[in-house]
Design a protein around this ligand. Structure first.
Ligand code: SF4
Length: 170
């Protein structure tokens, strides 16, 4: 109500970080979202509950303070991507990097993710069995043709030997 009374009409909605955060109930997250949706140039990164979880797991931020996490993300992500990265992390958090049972084996960032590396290295996450199983399967697939080659080469050699015995030259 306070904000509505202050703004009065849509045309008066500010579209700057400073203007938006001066309104009651609007923090940096909401301001970043509004600016993104209106096509304004991003001056920050959207940090919602999902981003708060995903960024530290990835190893690009630490702590639980949204402002500090936003700052840390802005330090490692190019400015041109600030407008998209918050939503990208947020969707990753909603669909894949869930609070419990994150789907590492489906995650597009698993090869660079600190949490995933740590948990796979620790051998405590059942998901880590999958890469091992896949590796074994892949190893079999690689070995099989070689084995076939060796077997057929042996057969050929035996056949040649037998033929030579039957038809000794002289
Ligand atoms: S690899 Fe796992 S922990 Fe890392 S971002 Fe993906 S789902 Fe989250």
């Amino acid at each position: 109500m306070e904000t509505a009374q202050k703004i009065k009409t849509d045309a008066n909605i500010p579209l700057t970080m400073e203007g938006l955060t001066s309104l009651a109930g609007i923090g940096r997250k909401s301001a970043n979202v509004i600016m993104r949706e209106t096509g304004a140039k991003a001056v920050g990164v959207i940090v919602d509950l999902h981003v708060l979880r995903v960024a530290p797991r990835l190893g690009i931020a630490t702590g639980t303070d949204p402002k500090k996490i936003e700052k840390q993300i802005m330090e490692v992500i190019p400015e041109k991507d600030w407008g998209q990265i918050g939503m990208a992390f947020s969707f990753l958090g909603r669909e894949t990097c869930r609070p419990t049972h994150p789907k590492h084996d489906e995650c597009v960032l698993s090869s660079v993710c600190e949490y995933c590396k740590e948990h796979q290295g620790g051998g405590v996450n059942k998901k880590e069995k999958k890469p091992v199983a896949v590796k074994k399967k892949a190893a079999k697939a690689v070995v099989k043709p070689e084995t076939k080659k060796i077997t057929s080469a042996k057969k050929k050699a035996t056949k040649t030997k037998a033929t030579a015995k039957r038809n000794p030259k002289k």
